[in-house]
Design a protein around this ligand. Structure first.
Ligand SMILES: Cc1ncc(COP(=O)(O)O)c(C=O)c1O
Length: 386
């Protein structure tokens, strides 16, 4: 048996990214500046949206989008329970009360039924964050429900660079902001980083100020030789969440390579889908291949009663990394202690799947042979559980 390690995730960094970062390091300007501005323009063009503001993480982008809503403390924001902690934490930091919603059993995306019940509840919701889970867009019906209720919808697109929906490539059109992540495991990475994309010039201006302490002028504008004014004001209680040029340069190269990297991901997902088709009792997420997906994760639902921890440990012993997306937020003690819990109707689907979802290795550096090895190991785990 091969003992090569198959990592759950691995950034595809070429010499071009290395050279781009090195060039910035040698340039005399290493924090937010021209590279960042170029990245913003290129991303805006790629996703087809008017404004992109680069920030230090998707978490920061989410917090900025939530802050921009200007809701009072204690306002209720619907968040799927099936997400990374930061989706709810960003709202919590701005004094909002996350209301944890259930998921659709096929896509593990936000459930329409759960959202509708929470919007109709007493009290209802004041805002919603939808996560495009694993690179598959939430359906138009989620947008429609929010629109009819007059409730702003923020997009957590940490998994969704390159995802398409009824609007085209996802990028914040007609929503209260679209938040991307460039974290190391993402399909476009700068190690750490993120961006807020929007068609709202006012939100874009707010984000430019909020990412740098709420200052009226950013450092680039203050220090550049042709700066018109060296003074600045404080406009709000912002974050320190700008993206340095060293990282922006890496992201720019990743964006140039993005279509090629995504094509490779699609090949791997196709290979997984055909190899997993005859693994007994294992269900793929989503059930059918979605041509508009960004193929961010390869999630399977294990047969009921499987000891997922034992499967993960056994695969790890064979040199195969896996992950879990996600542990539902309402199962974390801290959220419960803060009174953050499920909305009306509870979270029966998330509860049923909580111990069964497993994310298999997925990144552009995997070979078809790696995929076969992962699937063979999984097959033997589920057919003869330890
Ligand atoms: C759904 C989701 N939202 C938000 C984030 C946070 O992204 P970042 O690490 O860029 O803050 C992640 C990170 O993995 C995520 O998976």
């Amino acid at each position: 048996m091969s003992t090569d390690v198959i990592r759950f995730s691995e950034p595809d960094i070429s010499e071009d990214e290395v050279e781009a970062a090195a060039a910035v390091l040698r340039s005399g300007w290493i924090t937010t500046g021209e590279e960042c501005a170029q990245l913003e323009a290129e991303l805006a063009e790629y996703v087809g949206i008017e404004h992109v503001v680069a920030v230090s993480s998707c978490t920061a982008a989410l917090e900025i989008a939530v802050a921009h809503l200007g809701l009072p403390r204690g306002a209720r924001i619907g968040v799927p329970t099936w997400t990374f902690v930061s989706t709810a934490m960003a709202a919590y930091h701005r004094g909002l009360e996350p209301v944890l919603l259930d998921i659709d059993p096929v896509t593990l995306n936000l459930s329409e039924t759960s959202l509708a019940a929470a919007l109709d509840g007493e009290p209802g919701l004041d805002a919603v964050v939808a996560v495009h889970f694993a690179g598959v867009a939430v359906p138009k019906s989620i947008h429609d429900l929010c629109h009819v209720a007059g409730v702003p919808l923020i997009e957590d697109a940490a998994h969704a660079m390159g995802t398409r929906d009824h609007r085209g490539l996802i990028g914040g059109r007609d929503t209260a902001g679209c938040c991307f992540s460039f974290y190391a495991t993402k399909n476009l990475t700068s190690a750490e980083g993120g961006a807020l994309a929007t068609d709202d010039p006012e939100l874009a201006d707010f984000a430019r100020s909020f990412r740098l302490h709420g200052l009226s002028k950013d450092a680039w504008n203050r220090y550049r030789p042709d700066a018109k004014t060296l003074s600045y004001d404080v406009l709000g209680d912002g974050l320190k969440a700008n993206l340095p040029d060293v990282l922006a340069a890496v992201a720019r190269v990743q964006l140039r390579r993005f279509d090629e990297l995504q094509a490779r991901r699609r090949k791997i997902v196709d290979a997984y889908r055909s190899a997993l088709a005859d693994v007994p009792g294992v269900r793929l997420v989503p059930g059918e291949a979605d041509p508009d997906s960004a193929d961010h994760l390869m999630v399977v639902v294990l047969p009921e009663g499987t000891d997922r921890g034992a499967v993960q440990a056994s695969l790890q012993a064979q040199g195969i990394g896996t992950s879990v997306h996600f542990r539902p937020l309402h199962t974390f003690g801290w959220f419960a202690e803060q009174g953050v819990g499920p909305g009306p109707g509870g979270t029966p689907v998330a509860d049923e799947l909580a111990d069964r979802a497993l994310s298999l290795p997925l990144h552009p550096r995997l070979s078809e042979g790696d995929v076969a090895r992962v699937v063979d190991s999984l097959r033997s785990e589920v057919s003869s559980p330890s």
